[in-house]
Design a protein around this ligand. Structure first.
Ligand code: AMP
Ligand code: ZN
Length: 466
């Protein structure tokens, strides 16, 4: 079945055809973190959606070359460094490291490249692109010495966001007074230095200053992926003005179509509102771990809803994630007890077919749990043979290259818990129910749950109450 994605540009589902249908990798660009503070789990919803997209493309046999930029210079990073009284580089370094640590915790596949905006070769490229835009009449230097993109000269401006230019308002990312610009929607390509910038500045034909946020992505993407990209992703809040501006700048310079497929994920919400730093309603990955959850559980909670559907973050949702994973773990353990050496073809491909359909993860997971239910019933009736169990495990291994949800050391049973469980078994053998209940409580105080099954006691991570 061909892959289909919802393209923000056309607002429709389109069949996916890579730019050059040859063996060359798919070029994928994903807007990365602005490293002025630790990313919140809303940001990670976007990165997990991109991870799912990349892994599914790879499962379908494509090679993917993915670039994720690091925005390490813009208003917020400069303000943060100045408030902390440290150089910009030192200020942003800690948040870059935190980003990589959190991405590892969430099992997000590494991009092939992580360019940072402050690298001199990208600054040089930004300056070259701005010069080219000026020479084409698409940009101008205003009285405040900053350089702006002239949106009235680019008729395509507004096509991605389906925006009427007359309704444009100031975006908040534009620093200088509006009257310096020809049009309120003109955005800064180069921001002239002022005192608040401290020593953050680069020389340019327009005087000392620094790049605007949008030109950073145009420069880094074209530098590393060429003039034309297959897939460009981000959260829906990136559509306007950021991605609209990226199109104007990149196409303004190259004259070629910049991106074939624009994919945007809906927000992670808290109480119906976007999770955002500015609203103070956010959690970071360490916040969630501190509540006793694992990275795998958070990965599942952020992954399980279709990327174009807003997802409300709740602790009940985290508990549901834990329960779903416990079902998968138990199912795998049962299958593994049964397998023999015999092999059989994959049971079905419904899971992958669902993902072909604009990454319909909800349908794919629905199919997984339906399969778990059915195979558990077969196993209950002792009707699963070794060959069938092997086939199901092969199938799991295949879909787990996308899900990456198998338990690992992060849920290994601690010695203390295992010993308590052993003592509880002894108490039960002696029919000392009081002692057995006490031990159950001690186990639960350590964050584990013991369940008595016909195959003996099973330990799982306990459900945490908020
Ligand atoms: P930023 O660091 O603000 O540039 O954001 C990094 C990425 O996270 C972008 O792709 C944003 O669109 C995305 N993002 C920000 N907030 C949320 C949210 N609440 N839910 C999903 N994605 C988000
Ligand atoms: Zn970007």
């Amino acid at each position: 079945m061909p892959l289909r994605f919802f393209n923000t540009y056309s607002r429709g589902i389109e069949q996916f055809e890579p730019h050059e249908p040859t063996a060359r990798p798919i070029r994928m660009y994903t807007c990365g973190p602005t490293v002025y503070s630790r990313a919140h789990i809303g940001n990670f919803r976007a990165y997990i959606f991109e991870d799912l997209l990349q892994r599914h493309l790879e499962l379908r046999g494509y090679k993917v070359h993915r670039v994720m930029n690091i925005t390490d210079v813009e208003d917020k990073t400069i303000r943060g460094a100045s408030e902390a009284g440290v150089p910009l580089q030192k200020f942003t370094e800690q948040f870059k490291e935190a980003f990589f640590e959190d991405a590892r915790t969430l099992r997000i596949k590494r991009a092939d490249e992580y360019p940072a905006a402050t690298e001199q070769r990208y600054i040089d490229r930004m300056i070259d692109m701005i010069s080219a835009l000026i020479s084409k009449g698409l940009a101008y230097q205003a009285d405040d010495k900053s350089v702006y993109f002239r949106i009235n000269k680019f008729p395509e401006y507004g096509k991605l966001a389906h925006f009427d230019l007359t309704q444009l308002q100031s975006t908040g990312r534009v620093k200088h007074d509006e009257y310096d610009k020809e049009h309120i929607g003109d955005f800064a390509l180069w921001k002239a230095w002022d005192e608040a910038d401290g020593d953050v500045k680069w020389d340019s034909p327009w005087g000392p200053g620094r790049p605007g946020w949008h030109i950073e992505c145009s420069a880094m993407s074209t530098a590393l992926l060429g003039d034309q990209i297959d897939i460009h992703c981000g959260g829906v809040d990136n559509i306007f003005p950021h991605h609209e501006a990226e199109i104007a700048q990149s196409e303004g310079v190259t004259g070629k179509k910049f991106v074939n497929y624009w994919l945007h994920c809906a927000h992670l919400l808290v109480d119906g509102q976007k999770m955002a730093k500015s609203l103070g309603n956010f959690y970071t990955v360490p916040d969630v771990l501190a509540k006793g959850y694992t990275g795998r559980e958070l990965r599942y909670a952020l992954l399980r809803v279709h990327y174009r559907v807003p997802l409300n973050f709740t602790w009940e949702g985290m508990n549901e994630a834990r329960e779903s994973l416990a079902r998968i773990d138990e199912w795998l353990a049962r299958l593994r007890q049964l397998v023999g050496t015999a092999q059989r073809a994959d049971p079905t491909s419904h899971f992958e077919d669902a993902l072909d359909d604009d990454l319909n993860i909800s349908a794919a997971l629905g199919f997984l749990f339906e399969s778990i239910r059915e195979t558990n019933r077969t196993m209950d009736q002792n009707e699963m043979d070794a060959a069938a169990a092997s086939a199901w495990l092969d199938w799991w291994n295949r879909i787990n290259t996308i899900l990456d949800l198998e338990a690992s050391v992060d849920v290994a049973i601690p010695d203390e818990v295992a010993q308590l469980a052993e003592q509880r078994e002894e108490a039960r053998r002696e029919k000392n129910w009081k002692r057995s209940d006490e031990l159950r409580e001690q186990i639960s105080a350590l964050g584990w749950e013991v369940r008595d099954t016909k195959d003996g006691p099973k330990l799982t991570r306990a459900t945490v109450s908020a």
